[in-house]
Design a protein around this ligand. Sequence first.
Ligand code: ATR
Length: 271
Amino acid sequence: MKAGVIGWPISHSKSPLIHRYWLAVLGLTGQYDSYAVPPDKLENFILTMPMHGFTGVNVTVPHKQAVYDLLHGAVSDQAAQIGAVNTVVCKNGALKGYNTDGDGFLEPLAALSLKGKAVCVLGAGGAARAVVAALKSCEVSAVAIVNRDVPKAAQLLCDLAVDGKAYPWLESTAACRDAALLVNTTSLGMTGQPLLNISLASMPSGAVVYDIVYAPLQTNLLRSATERGLETIDGLHMLIGQAAIAFELFFDKKPPRNTLHDAALRALLLA
Ligand code: ATR
């Protein structure tokens, strides 16, 4: 079975490490490689997947929306809601798009009851769409979105029919005041990007701070949260969570997930 990840560029992708680890542990003969696919070659790559023997591919930057469009509605409900595809599965010659980012994001939040709680999301790009859609499925009471481009954040709330309000960064303290959960979906704090510096002083004690950035693993935001005594969740949880759902779609087997395997995989990803 042949699977992989497509993007442009692609060399940064951690997906091969994750899928190959699980394939090796399960003793499966499947392969998982990365493919650098420029935008002008995307349509041909996707449409010829059945011919080239692919069971599926993961889709990363900048192709998630373009692949959604190329599949002309042959997508899961979640992908349709988000308007982007991060996984294409090829079964019996037919292609179907999925978006596993939202469920991957929710995986480490399973023990947290978010129903009826207010949450705050930093950012309003593609990753934020998946996160806000996932939070809506948890029946949160309201989503405060903080973004540089405030109308874009308001549009995201409108598109996903989610109650909430859009805030500029200057008002981030007000935005996260009542939040049971704060999520960073921006690229701020990523290696090579500016640091994310906001005050968490107004957040309720017992709140959780989740950064989907995983390089570095301990971001400035997570350090501030720890100093404030708040629980933190790092970005490897979502990375591994979304991959696990895709793995099962590709290989029809659940990946080996337990404390030992997840710890070994995290060590591999951080090496
Ligand atoms: P992704 O698919 O990873 O979400 P994206 O769609 O390009 O990537 O979204 C990037 C997010 O990070 C956006 O919310 C962006 O803010 P704007 O919508 O205002 O552009 C945010 N972002 C990126 N660089 C930023 C910066 N230097 N300062 C503030 N926000 C930034």
